[in-house]
Ligand binder design. Structure first.
Ligand SMILES: Nc1nc2c(ncn2[C@@H]2O[C@H](COP(=O)(O)OP(=O)(O)O)[C@@H](O)[C@H]2O)c(=O)[nH]1
Ligand SMILES: [Mg+2]
Length: 403
């Protein structure tokens, strides 16, 4: 691999060609590997003077990975570019910010008030009978928890309390515990495999669900852990998407691999993986487009991205994360199905749990798809990504306080 940086041609380079995406920079004459000084030159005015080093690589600055020139013109090997600075970024959220739990609780207020008011209506000085159980089951279904969970938790309530007088408070506590049991197996942190350099994370999801924002938040988190992170602006469809990612790169001190609008996303992803590998970067986060209105086109594009990434590392992408907007409720089910059919989604991030979320849907998704939820978004800021805590989530869904 390293040899490729020095311009030697490997036999598989040719074999790979037909599947290798459009890399107009192949024609670029050999160039030395970029030095830190080059990097500084590539940063824009204000950013260059910051202590955090940010590099934005664009079409104008061709990837300096010369791959095909005769052996006899191989330049004298030069040192690889240094792995980007990995000093942890300043990592204290502004102290005035509302705590994440209260934001989560506020975000879930719409769901939780529906549930708690419903439960209070059903269980006012009343024995737990069949009619009450049926009403409760219906309430849970209309609050997006899904028929399976609704039937399971009401059956469990009947098993332990049937014929007894139960209070609304008791029912809420019971449901919170049952819901926590259902969702705790999917509450799994996103683990970065240190053996992978890079650990490749592909972000997929419908436009507006929070892919790019989540990349920024994840980048901050990994940088704060001292990891080196590279971002790839694979949503080449919209100019705004590329500049949005560049801004996140500047904020978090991460190199951004970007090309002009309309460029081949798979080609960009391919170059990003090669570059991250050559630099020994810990984590590569790849953004993608999410135009569901052209489902066939999107499927082709995402599959091609995955295919070409595998040309560099056949175990990649190591994590394919689907972002789901929690305010869209039931629609999340079909989004999981659609993206799971396109690419091998193996983790979820639920975003916008701070704003009028329909949180019940997370419980139904857990039951149906059993995909790990690695984190939840509770705001637009860089600190607003939290590990998914099953217990805290279940309690706030039932309008209860955390311990
Ligand atoms: N309230 C809130 N807004 C979010 C969250 N995540 C993303 N957003 C906002 O949702 C909008 C779309 O996000 P973006 O990352 O551009 O979505 P993408 O099209 O999937 O890349 C932006 O305005 C974000 O600031 C979140 O967790 N909470
Ligand atoms: Mg985006």
């Amino acid at each position: 691999m390293i040899l490729r940086w020095f311009g030697r041609k490997k036999p598989e380079d040719d074999a790979r060609k037909p599947e290798t995406p459009d890399r107009s920079d192949h024609a670029v004459p050999p160039q030395p590997a970029p030095s830190v000084a080059d990097d500084a030159a590539a940063t824009t005015g204000a950013a260059a003077s910051k202590t955090i080093e940010t590099r934005v690589v664009s079409e104008a600055e061709p990837m300096s990975v010369p791959v095909s020139h005769p052996i006899d013109t191989v330049p004298v090997p030069q040192p690889l570019p240094s792995v980007q600075a990995v000093e942890p970024i300043i990592d204290e959220p502004p102290p005035t910010k509302k705590g994440w739990f209260s934001r989560l609780k506020e975000g879930l207020a719409k769901s939780s008030s529906k549930l708690t008011e419903g439960i209070s209506g059903i269980f006012t000085k009343r024995k737990l009978d069949d009619a009450a159980l049926e009403e409760l089951e219906e309430l849970l279904i209309t609050a997006d928890l899904g028929p399976t969970t609704a039937a399971k938790v009401t059956a469990e309530l009947a098993r332990t309390r049937f014929g007894k007088e139960v209070t609304a408070e008791e029912v809420k506590g019971f449901l919170a515990a049952e819901i926590a049991k259902t969702i705790s197996p999917i509450a799994q942190p996103l683990v970065i495999d240190p053996a992978r350099k890079p650990h490749v994370i592909l972000l997929v999801g419908v436009n507006g669900t929070g892919k790019t924002t989540t990349i920024g938040k994840l980048a901050r988190q990994f940088r704060a852990e001292g990891k080196s992170v590279m971002l790839a602006a694979g949503d080449t469809f919209r100019a705004a998407a590329v500049s949005q990612l560049k801004i996140w790169g500047e904020r978090t001190g991460c190199e951004v691999i970007a090309r002009d609008t309309g460029a081949d996303a798979a080609g960009l992803a391919f170059d990003a993986v090669e570059r991250a590998r050559a630099q020994g970067v810990d984590v590569l986060l790849i953004d993608t487009a999410g135009r569901l209105q052209n489902k066939a086109g999107l499927m082709d594009e995402l599959r091609k991205i995955v295919r070409v990434i595998k040309k560099v590392d056949d175990s990649a992408p190591h994590t394919t994360l689907l972002t789901l907007d929690a305010t869209t409720g039931q629609n999340a089910h079909s989004q999981v199905e659609i993206f799971r059919d396109m690419v091998n989604v193996n983790g979820l991030i639920l975003t916008k749990l701070d704003g009028s979320a329909r949180g019940g849907v997370l419980v139904a998704l857990a039951e149906k798809f059993k995909l790990p939820v690695h984190a939840i978004g509770v705001g637009e800021g860089v600190y607003d990504l939290r590990p998914f805590d099953a217990d805290a989530f279940a309690k706030s869904l039932m309008g209860l306080n955390a311990d």
